[in-house]
Write a protein that binds this ligand. Structure first.
Ligand code: ZN
Length: 465
């Protein structure tokens, strides 16, 4: 049996993760991400899918982030009709996130129609809410450490990746006539020290490894984020301002709530209203109560709620309520998404508050090239939005230790668990010179055979197994 992989994204980019594996006429798509960030990447979402979706037999999803799942409704719209394997929390999170993504697609098409900037007279969304719902019925959920058979010669097992609620490292076993081969997809790997999720599971063997590279060239040592939070929050309030945190709705927001609650209890920051201005973040918070087995906070749902909900927590459900937050002048914390400031309600907070010198924007996660979040971190004096150049007069702060990604040291810690060298290691889900340097570091330190694949490159993994 021959086994081939084709890199349909997440190759020299941190978005659009998707890899198709072909063996004996069985086509397995691993992850189904949306391209985000730079325009040249986003345009790929509109290209004809490189493999006819109707010919794909199954999809495996590592975790619910949009850069790993956001094209799934598009795949269904274009003919895919097979099973989508994922963990139960990933399925629930995808239902929230893909509906939100469909809504953003529609808003973008409507905006293009109104402004007439599309070359089409009637611009269409990439996919609709109906397409997203059609994807949900294809979900097949399975737990960690459970062997799942998906084809007469293919099984897989999910292991906890510690990156996001329900996130998985995936071991795929391909049984040939003579032998069995194992492909490991790291997915996104979490941190070894974190307060809410478990450590990433150690894997000790793979014939072929796909390893993520987000922070492959960057150390991001664990620092207790509460010290920085105390300083940033108190400085903002001393200036009479409001703290805005653009946060990934799932994971980061719940982590922040956990710290804010602790700091208020310890009187290190004043009791101020904390607005969760993201319907997605609100729903995701409930999933932490629903799946106590998927995180470390071992309490009942009610106690967990008390643990992460500050006494002044306000869930902002409607868009109208969200707009009224613009009137708040001081002593409040607004947590809103999207985390990379590419869309969603954070946009109007940016529009109103970037120009205010008293306010603070706290960036707490990875910002891909080409996003407004990256522009803000790079110290741009103005940010383009809604057709205007908005001046950045506010204070911009950055906390890196709340990242959900393993840093360079932790990635090497995870890689060091392999007892033998994988025959081939692909560095995926990374970008720029850092990606090449990470690949070289693996070659130098571990003497592994490492490849940095190109977009749409095909590689034969095993010949005649
Ligand atoms: Zn992720």
């Amino acid at each position: 049996m021959d086994v081939n992989v084709k890199f349909l994204g997440g190759a020299q980019s941190v978005t659009g993760s998707r890899y198709v594996i072909e063996m004996n006429g069985f086509r397995l798509l691993f992850d189904c991400g949306l391209f985000q960030g730079l325009k040249e990447l986003r345009l790929r979402n509109w290209d004809e899918f490189p493999v006819d979706p109707a010919t794909i037999d199954a999809v495996i999803i590592s975790h619910a982030h949009i850069d790993h799942t956001g094209y799934l409704p598009g795949l269904v719209r274009r003919g895919f009709n097979g099973p989508v394997y994922c963990t139960q929390p990933t399925a629930d999170l995808m239902e929230i996130m893909l509906l939100d993504s469909a809504k953003l697609q529609k808003e973008e098409a409507d905006f293009a129609r109104r402004k007439g900037y599309s070359k089409h007279s009637d611009p269409q969304p990439l996919y609709t809410e109906e397409d997203a719902k059609a994807a949900f019925v294809l979900f097949h959920t399975c737990g960690y450490d459970e062997k799942v058979n998906i084809h007469k010669s293919v099984d897989f097992i999910f292991r906890d990746a510690g990156h996001l609620l329900g996130s998985a490292i995936t071991e795929v076993f391909i049984h040939g006539e003579k032998q069995t081969k194992k492909i490991v997809f790291s997915g996104d790997i979490g941190r070894y020290r974190q307060d809410m999720l478990q450590q990433p599971t150690s894997i000790d063997q793979a014939d072929v490894l796909f390893v993520e590279s987000t922070y492959g060239n960057k150390d991001n040592p664990y620092v207790d984020p509460t010290t920085e939070l105390v300083r940033i929050i108190n400085e903002t309030f001393d200036r009479g301002g409001v703290l805005v945190v653009p946060a990934f709705a799932v994971g980061r927001t719940q982590g922040l709530l956990f710290y804010l609650r602790t700091l208020m209890k310890e009187d290190k920051i004043p009791d101020v209203p904390v607005y969760i201005d993201s319907p997605m973040a609100i729903s995701a918070t409930y999933l932490f109560y629903k799946y106590p087995g998927y995180h470390k906070i071992k309490t009942t749902g009610k106690e967990l709620a008390q643990e992460i909900e500050t006494n002044m927590l306000v869930f902002v459900k409607s868009a109208e309520h969200s707009k009224t937050l613009n009137d708040i002048k001081s002593r409040a914390i607004i947590i809103s998404s999207s985390g990379m400031m590419t869309g969603g309600r954070i946009m109007h907070h940016m529009f109103h508050r970037l120009k205010n010198p008293n306010d603070t924007f706290l960036v707490a996660g990875y910002q891909a090239e080409g996003t407004r979040g990256r522009d803000l971190l790079d110290g741009r004096k103005t940010i383009r939005m809604f057709g205007e150049e908005v001046p950045v007069n506010c204070k911009v702060e950055y906390i890196s230790s709340m990242s959900g990604h393993a840093d360079r040291t932790e990635l090497f810690q995870w890689l060091s668990n392999f007892k033998d060298k994988p025959k081939m290691t692909f560095c995926v889900h990374g970008e720029g010179v850092g990606l090449e340097m990470y690949a070289q570091a693996i070659r130098d330190r571990l003497q592994w055979n490492v490849v940095v694949p190109h977009y749409l490159e095909s590689v034969n993994l095993f010949r005649g197994i």
